[in-house]
Unconditional design. Structure first.
Length: 248
């Protein structure tokens, strides 16, 4: 079953248009959503979540029309946006007490397990957490209501290499049983080399390509220089596709 299916997603702004974006994510897989800053990645995610209203397009989650079954669908998704802070002086226990009221399938035993696994102390205040621990806390909240689809927007942005690698290993573990899927927006392509199964590339608001990672990388090998004998990487693909020439 497809965890997520997007068809013809379109959103117009005065100076930017997300135009006719379509892709799908199977259960048990991690999809990397790539593109340079301003390409439309966050607009895509916010449109999927109805945080902004799309002008056109169809969104299905686990076979259900998202707009018709939004409340039900949101019980099965977890969202982690990098760089978003809670009230910095609040304790984690206070934030959790409010959050869990919104979920009919909140699992307190699972929540306590993730607190222990992620080494989170519920009496700590948000301002006392590192960036990596804030992401882990948001993941703990998402996983504790049995979310089957995780939507992550730049979750590793600003993290040190060790913390990033730690989270990437965690993402792989989360989809291992085939029950969860992850849609992961980032411009840090080296992260996706390590953890993604599929890649979707948005350029200037348009879908450039979407495929499993091996097929995706192979489809851009025409960008390889004559002297190069190895496959070019995701980073090479983005740099060579997005490169601009300046007349200064």
């Amino acid at each position: 079953m497809k965890a997520l299916s997007i068809t013809g997603l379109t959103k117009h702004y005065p100076n930017f248009t997300l135009e006719n974006v379509s892709f799908s994510l199977e259960q048990g897989r991690i999809m990397g959503l790539i593109g340079k800053n301003g390409a439309g990645k966050t607009t895509t995610l916010k449109s999927i979540l109805n945080m902004v209203t799309p002008d056109a397009g169809q969104i299905e989650m686990f076979g259900r029309d998202f707009r018709r079954h939004e409340q039900q669908c949101k019980q099965e998704i977890g969202v982690v946006f990098g760089g978003i802070d809670f009230y910095s002086h609040k304790r984690l226990s206070s934030i959790t007490a409010v959050t869990k009221r919104f979920y009919s399938r909140w699992d307190e035993q699972a929540y306590q397990k993730y607190l222990k696994t992620f080494e989170l102390v519920p009496t700590k205040r948000v301002k006392e957490l590192s960036s990596g621990m804030k992401v882990k806390y948001m993941l703990a909240l998402a996983l504790s209501h049995n979310a089957r689809l995780l939507i992550l927007d730049e979750p590793t942005s600003g993290l040190d290499p060790v913390s990033r690698d730690d989270l990437l290993s965690l993402f792989r573990q989360l989809v291992k049983d085939g029950e969860r899927s992850i849609l992961y927006s980032t411009h840090i392509t080296s992260d996706l080399e390590k953890c993604a199964d599929d890649i979707t590339y948005i350029k200037d608001g348009k879908l450039l390509a979407s495929a499993d990672k091996e097929t995706f990388i192979e489809s851009f090998q025409h960008l390889r220089r004559p002297e190069e004998t190895m496959q070019i990487t995701l980073e090479d693909i983005m740099i060579r596709t997005e490169r601009r020439n300046y007349d200064v």
